[in-house]
Design a protein around this ligand. Structure first.
Ligand SMILES: [Zn+2]
Length: 522
């Protein structure tokens, strides 16, 4: 297995991170651990550091945009962030500045991590292991509290003998080492040992862990999640730590369980014993099954999931069998076996109740199976019928409209045009959505709008943190506009390209200026 790209990112960060702080800048009033939070590391510096790390993370192939799972995690995450805001945990200084963004990592181990600037990464293995959305929310609430309580700023401060460039490299290294998929062989071992050394400097203190437990518990319960979710999560972590299962639970290495933490979690669980129990909703079971499948898409793993039909164990509750069948159908779809996927999905749908998110997940998988078997028209009609304006359906509709247009030529351009309009409006509000830009690029290409397609490709590169790639595409657009080829003569499109080239080039120059390095000649 190849070394994960995150560890490559580590090497890149060590050698040529474009964003850097001189030691003088790094010493801008970095508080010691004992200092009060208000004398913080500097929100601006923390944000810059976090944005740079995120730029590297977005280029990792295991940074995964699965619209359904992302939607599910973000729904819980947004409730927590809004509650923290209402409680006053999120100060005016960080509110409009930090990203407050949760993202997914294709990794089957149990982990979630916060890093500077308000970013929280969620391994698919965490979703798969969480028995309920409340359990998931207890981990997200804990991570969110590390951000709101400025623990990250204080940890950076406590190990700030090095420049913040070293800090970015160190955080990327710790993330790489915490990956179940980070490969084997000597490179992984080197990265692992470096990261282990580095991690010794970056760990949160015991007091910070207890504070994140306490604040996180209050945030999650005030957001309406069952307090029992946290108790259940602690039980899971305790069992794993007793079994010394740190390979599958990298979370335990970065958030060590102490007797104080366990004791306090018990006390909270007892105090909330009368609260509504944390029960797995059918939606959670379906998302759990999805995370399990997408967390490991090697053929062997998919075959194992595919073999679980749920039929063998009729003693299981209906919802669990339904979710198991959904997972098996998804695995067959991933293996490009649409007939088998269809048969298993039919069995799953027969057990699906009326919960809207479950029906939506089933209908979307159905449309995907039709798309994969060349029935794009049918997929398009199905998706248009259930389109609820959500991001997952918008993206699937664009895929289906593209497939239908490719199959039928001009006959289906109406549907493609409608879907393109929706995407265009969306990216105006969400310019960081690389997946939407990619579909927009394909839709414009299909409609012969070459300049618009090139611009969308450039925006996709920029959203993924590849500013040089974006600049290359925009320059190609300028050459195209001068050529006067069909589809390349729109004056407004050409002006947008000129303007974006100036903006992105200026941004790249700024990054190099921050690093005291000359920009590349190109
Ligand atoms: Zn923690």
């Amino acid at each position: 297995m190849k070394l994960s790209a995150l560890s490559l990112a580590l090497a890149a960060a060590l050698s040529c991170l474009p964003l850097a702080w001189s030691p003088a800048q790094a010493q801008v009033r970095l508080p010691s651990l004992g200092d009060s939070v208000s004398e913080d590391v500097g929100v601006g510096a923390e944000k810059k550091l976090g944005d740079e790390i995120m730029r590297q993370v977005r280029r990792d192939p295991d940074y995964i945009d699965d619209p359904l799972l992302l939607d599910y995690v973000q729904t819980a995450w947004t409730r927590l962030v809004n509650t923290a805001r209402a409680r006053g945990d999120i100060g005016a200084d960080t509110d409009g500045v930090f990203a407050w963004e949760a993202f997914l990592v294709r990794d089957r181990s149990f982990n979630a991590f916060a890093f500077p600037g308000g970013y929280v990464g969620v391994h698919l293995g965490l979703i798969a292991a969480a028995g309920t959305q409340d359990e998931l929310a207890s981990v997200l609430g804990h991570e969110l509290s590390h951000v709101t309580q400025r623990h990250i700023a204080r940890s950076i401060a406590s190990s700030s003998r090095q420049s913040l460039v070293g800090m970015a490299a160190m955080i990327l290294g710790v993330m790489a080492a915490s990956r179940a998929n980070s490969g084997d062989g000597i490179n992984a071992a080197i990265v692992g040992s470096q990261a282990a050394m580095m991690q010794g400097q970056l760990n949160f203190s015991r007091d910070m862990e207890r504070e994140a437990d306490r604040v996180g518990f209050n945030v999650m319960t005030e957001a309406g999640f069952s307090p029992q979710g946290m108790g259940a999560m602690f039980e899971k972590l305790e069992n794993a730590s007793r079994l010394n299962d740190s390979g599958n639970y990298p979370y335990l290495r970065s958030h060590p369980l102490t007797s104080e933490r366990i004791g306090e979690a018990r006390t909270r669980a007892q105090a909330s014993a009368t609260a509504a129990p944390a029960v797995p909703t059918p939606e959670h079971l379906v998302m759990q099954a999805r995370a399990r499948v997408l967390g490991d898409t090697t053929v062997g793993a998919l075959r194992r999931v595919q073999a679980q039909s749920g039929e063998s164990d009729r003693s299981l509750p209906t919802a669990e069998r339904m979710a198991m069948l959904y997972g098996a159908a998804l695995a067959s779809a991933q293996l490009r076996e649409p007939q088998r996927a269809q048969a298993t999905l039919d069995a799953a749908r027969a057990l699906a109740g009326n919960e809207a998110p479950v029906r939506r997940a089933m209908a979307m998988l159905q449309a995907q199976i039709w798309l994969d078997s060349g029935a794009a028209d049918r997929a398009l009609a199905a998706v248009e019928a259930i389109d609820d304006g959500s991001r997952p359906l918008m993206l699937l509709r664009a895929q289906a409209a593209l497939g239908a247009a490719r199959g039928a030529g001009l006959a289906r351009t109406d549907a493609l045009r409608r879907s393109t309009d929706v995407l265009q409006t969306w990216v105006a509000d969400h310019p960081q959505d690389a997946t939407a830009w990619s579909l927009l690029a394909q839709a414009n290409t299909q409609q012969g709008l070459r300049l618009r397609a090139v611009r969308a490709e450039a925006e996709e590169r920029a959203a993924l943190g590849d500013l040089s790639g974006a600049i290359d595409r925009l320059r190609a657009g300028q050459r195209m506009a001068r050529s006067g080829l069909p589809g390349s003569t729109d004056f407004i499109d050409a002006s947008v390209i000129d303007a974006r080239l100036r903006q992105i080039d200026a941004l790249r120059r700024q990054l190099y200026a921050d690093a005291n390095r000359p920009p590349p000649r190109d």
